[in-house]
Write a new protein. Structure first.
Length: 191
């Protein structure tokens, strides 16, 4: 986040915490078009797709982390950090695994897959339901079950970022919609 001035970092934080550009615009007292244009500029400056859930989660981590001291001698030898991938080992500590398991542990496989797919589709139900080959109402019911199990409000962008990271930290295999348990051509239903 070093190339960003504090004003841009503030805009980014407000946008990530509110979860939408119109809400960020209202919170900042700007027009929605201005916020969209500034987010596009931030995307260009950071050379990252700011619509990607992993990038958003990484940015929230970076914005919440305490500022580090400048590296003496500059960063000429270091490769530029990419926001699409989390730094090696950041999710591999025992404390992170315990936190992640406490947050998303115990989710049934179909709920876990549905939640991961929904987050990958930027919390939009229709495209996630289409990818999962279930009705939007079914997906909405599953997301309600997820929210109850997690005891979290999935409407909060910060919660979604935390859940995304927790799902990545506890993933044992791909959370692939094709792996959604099916029975007789129909989506698995709990008996």
């Amino acid at each position: 986040l070093r190339p960003l001035p504090p004003a841009h970092q503030h805009l980014l934080l407000v946008w990530l915490r509110t979860g939408s550009k119109p809400r960020a615009a209202a919170a900042l007292g700007l027009s929605a078009g201005t916020v969209r244009a500034r987010i596009r500029e931030l995307s260009r400056l950071l050379r990252a797709d700011l619509e990607d859930a992993t990038v958003r989660a990484h940015l929230l981590l970076a914005l919440r982390a305490p500022a580090s001291a400048e590296i003496p001698g500059g960063e000429s030898g270091a490769a530029p950090a990419r926001l699409e991938t989390l730094p090696d080992g950041i999710l591999d500590t025992e404390a992170v695994r315990a936190w992640a398991h406490g947050l998303v542990g115990g989710l049934e496989p179909h709920l876990r897959i549905a939640l991961a797919c929904w987050l990958d589709h930027h919390a939009r139900t229709a495209p996630a339901a289409a990818e999962l080959h279930v009705h939007r109402t079914t997906l909405s019911n599953w997301l309600t079950q997820c929210a109850e199990h997690l005891a979290q409000n999935l409407g909060d962008a910060t919660v979604r970022a935390e859940v995304h990271l927790a799902l990545r930290a506890t993933r044992t295999g791909p959370d692939d919609p094709a792996a959604l348990p099916r029975r007789g051509g129909r989506t698995y239903r709990r008996l």
